[in-house]
Ligand binder design. Structure first.
Ligand SMILES: Nc1ncnc2c1ncn2[C@@H]1O[C@H](COP(=O)(O)OP(=O)(O)OP(=O)(O)O)[C@@H](O)[C@H]1O
Length: 258
C-alpha cells in the first residue's frame, strides 16, 4: 500500500489552547479509517487541517507522499453539518464542485445525471433540500464531496443526525461506495460499534493536546454485517476502545479538579 495522507510532527493551537502537539498519523491509499475520541478534543480541527482550511503551526502534512501546503480542493471534505444551499436543487447542490472547477453547464448536467442513481437520488434531482429526508441530504452532501474528484474523503460524523434504521442503511451504503470507488476514507464517529463495523483501523484520539494516537487494527472479517457484532474480535476491540475513552474521561475529570 502507498501513503495517501500523513501528519508528521504537526502542532496546532487556537490562541493559547493547544489542540495537537507533534501529532503523527499515516493513512494508506484505499484504507477506510475511523477516528474516535472525546467531544471537543479536536477531531474536526484535524479534518480542517487535512483539507487545507487550517495550516499547522509546526510540522508537515503530506498528500501522496509529498509535503502539501496547498491542500484546498485536493481533498473531499464533508463537514459535520451538511451545508446544502437551500435555494439550489439536489442536482445544483451536488454539481457545485464541478461549477467551481469551471465545467460547462452541459458537462455538469451530464455528469450529475449519470451519478445520481447510485446515490439513490435520480428521482429527486429537482427537489430542494427542505423536501429531503436526513438520509437523502447526507447522500447529496456525500455526492458533492465525491464530485470534487478527490480520492481522499473526510467524513465528519456523517450519520449523527439520522435515526437508527436509516443510519444502518447508510453505513451499508457507505461501505459499498468505498468498495466501488476505491477511495481512501476517514470517518469521525462517536459510535464505537460504527467505528469498528466500517473500518480497517480505528484511531483513538486522546489527551489535550492530542499527541500520539492509539491505532487499532480491526481483525473482524469482511464482509461485515450487524451480526459481526457477535464476533469475539469485535467484542474485544469494543472493550479496548471503551476502556481507552473511559480512562481519558477520568483523566480530564481529575485535571478539572474532580
Ligand atoms: N475556530 C475556533 N476558534 C477557537 N476555538 C475553536 C475553534 N474551533 C474549535 N475550537 C475549540 O477547539 C477544540 C476542538 O474543537 P473540535 O471541533 O475540533 O473538536 P471535536 O473533537 O471535533 O468536537 P466534537 O466531537 O464535539 O465535534 C474545542 O475546545 C473547540 O471549542
Amino acid at each position: 500500500m502507498r501513503e495517501k495522507l500523513a501528519f508528521s510532527q504537526v502542532s496546532f493551537s487556537y490562541g493559547d489552547q493547544p489542540i495537537l502537539d507533534r501529532f503523527g498519523l499515516e493513512i494508506q491509499k484505499g484504507e477506510l479509517v475511523s477516528l474516535i475520541g472525546p467531544s471537543g478534543i479536536g477531531k474536526s480541527t484535524l479534518f480542517q487541517l487535512a483539507a487545507g482550511l487550517l495550516q499547522p503551526e509546526h510540522g508537515v502534512i503530506r498528500l501522496d507522499g509529498q509535503p502539501a501546503t496547498k491542500r484546498l480542493g485536493q481533498v473531499g471534505y464533508m463537514p459535520q453539518r451538511d451545508l446544502l444551499l437551500a435555494w439550489r436543487t439536489v442536482a445544483e447542490n451536488a454539481g457545485l464542485p464541478l461549477e467551481i472547477q469551471g465545467f460547462s453547464q452541459r458537462a455538469i448536467r451530464e455528469r450529475v445525471e449519470q451519478e445520481l442513481p447510485r446515490f439513490g437520488l435520480a428521482e429527486w434531482k429537482d427537489a430542494y433540500p427542505e423536501e429531503l429526508s436526513g438520509g437523502m441530504r447526507q447522500r447529496v452532501s456525500f455526492m458533492r464531496a465525491l464530485l470534487t474528484g478527490a480520492d481522499l474523503l473526510l467524513l465528519d460524523e456523517p450519520f449523527s443526525a439520522l435515526d437508527g434504521i436509516t443510519r444502518m442503511e447508510m453505513q451499508e451504503w457507505l461501505h459499498s461506495m468505498w468498495q466501488q470507488t476505491g477511495s481512501t476514507m476517514l470517518l469521525i464517529t462517536h459510535d464505537i460499534d460504527e467505528a469498528i463495523l466500517l473500518a480497517d483501523r480505528v484511531v483513538v484520539l486522546l489527551g489535550a493536546p492530542i499527541r500520539q494516537p492509539v491505532e487499532l487494527r480491526v481483525a473482524v472479517p469482511r464482509p461485515r454485517s450487524m451480526s459481526s457484532r457477535n464476533d469475539p474480535a469485535f467484542h474485544a476491540l469494543r472493550e479496548e476502545i471503551w476502556q481507552l475513552l473511559r480512562s481519558s474521561a477520568h483523566a480530564v475529570g481529575e485535571r478539572r479538579g474532580g
